[in-house]
Write a protein that binds this ligand. Structure first.
Ligand code: PDD
Length: 287
């Protein structure tokens, strides 16, 4: 089946979708994105992603290409046309193309934003074997820019981080700045010690994860203790367990940090429980 994608108002086969070579997303990484998961053919936390998209656009003085209602309609249409039961919807908005290359932002009256959406079919996303095994992570320096709260498409360093992890025989990397863990390359980071869940507080230093917000709410509802504070990688290495959260992997247990096994080296009970609760609750609220 040829995938149907959405580009600037049109549903097209992926082979026919086109973007200008002058698009600022391509030339300058002048764009933002969202990834929304699909379970049971429904969107998980669409509202959270739409609100964060609006904030990212606002922070960069970029126009919204359409209303939230239209966005929901496009997401649903793509899920239906591509028969996605479990998978992801990727959305990207860029500042568009004014037909040349210029550092100065084009006039928003004449240059409209580019909007692209496509689906990724991922059967078995909820029942991911990687989550049963748990992830091995390494720590690397965080050399990204200072506005990580904006979900931009500047993903070169996160990609390099994943490659460094792969080369080291690990699955992912956590990023360290001024001695403290910021987040994972494409997820938020947590450790658990003596029943307390520790994660970095929200600021411009990390992405305000939609999954993070939901998981912290669910943890509180389940009477789990959460501390939002800075933490070092050495603290995390001494933890009983650790995990990450993201829209594409939900709650992912971490079993090893820089070669040090956590607990008995298998996914910990709190990470496993939070994954179960998250999947159950999110499915109930999916639209
Ligand atoms: N990544 N931190 C970073 C740097 C991320 O890129 C992501 C998401 C998160 C988790 O945010 P959320 O829970 O809203 O997905 C945290 C997405 C999934 C990606 O780039 O594919």
């Amino acid at each position: 089946m040829t995938r149907t994608v959405y580009v600037n108002g049109e549903y097209l086969p992926e082979t026919e979708a086109k973007i200008s070579i002058f698009d600022r997303g391509f030339l300058m990484a002048d764009g933002v994105y969202e990834v929304t998961s699909v379970l049971d053919g429904k969107l998980i936390d669409f509202d959270g992603h739409a609100v964060r998209l609006a904030r990212s656009l606002d922070e960069l003085d970029m126009q919204a290409p359409c209303s939230k209602e239209e966005l929901l309609e496009i997401h649903r249409e793509l899920v239906a046309r591509n028969e996605i039961v479990e998978g992801l919807v990727y959305l990207q908005v860029t500042r568009g193309s004014d037909g040349d290359r210029d550092f100065v932002f084009p006039d928003p009256e004449t240059t409209k934003p580019t909007i692209v959406l496509f689906t990724q079919n991922k059967p078995g996303l909820a029942d991911n074997p990687a989550a049963k095994k748990g992830a091995k992570i390494i720590s690397i320096e965080d050399i990204r820019w200072g506005r990580r709260d904006i979900k931009t498409v500047q993903l070169l360093y996160p990609s390099m981080g994943k490659m460094m992890a792969k080369k080291a025989g690990a699955d992912d990397a956590w990023l360290i700045e001024d001695g403290y863990v910021t987040e994972g390359t494409s997820n938020n980071a947590y450790y658990v010690k003596d029943g307390t869940i520790v994660t970095r507080p929200l600021s411009n230093d990390i992405l305000h994860g939609i999954t993070r917000k939901a998981v912290l709410r669910m943890a509180a509802e389940a009477q789990m203790v959460v501390e939002e504070r800075l933490f070092t990688i050495d603290e995390a290495k001494e933890a009983d367990e650790a995990f990450t959260t993201s829209a594409s992997a939900f709650v992912m247990p971490v079993i090893e940090i820089d070669g040090v096994a956590l607990g008995d080296g298998t996914p910990g009970p709190i990470a496993k429980r939070l994954r179960e609760i998250y999947l159950e609750e999110s499915l109930k609220a999916a639209i």
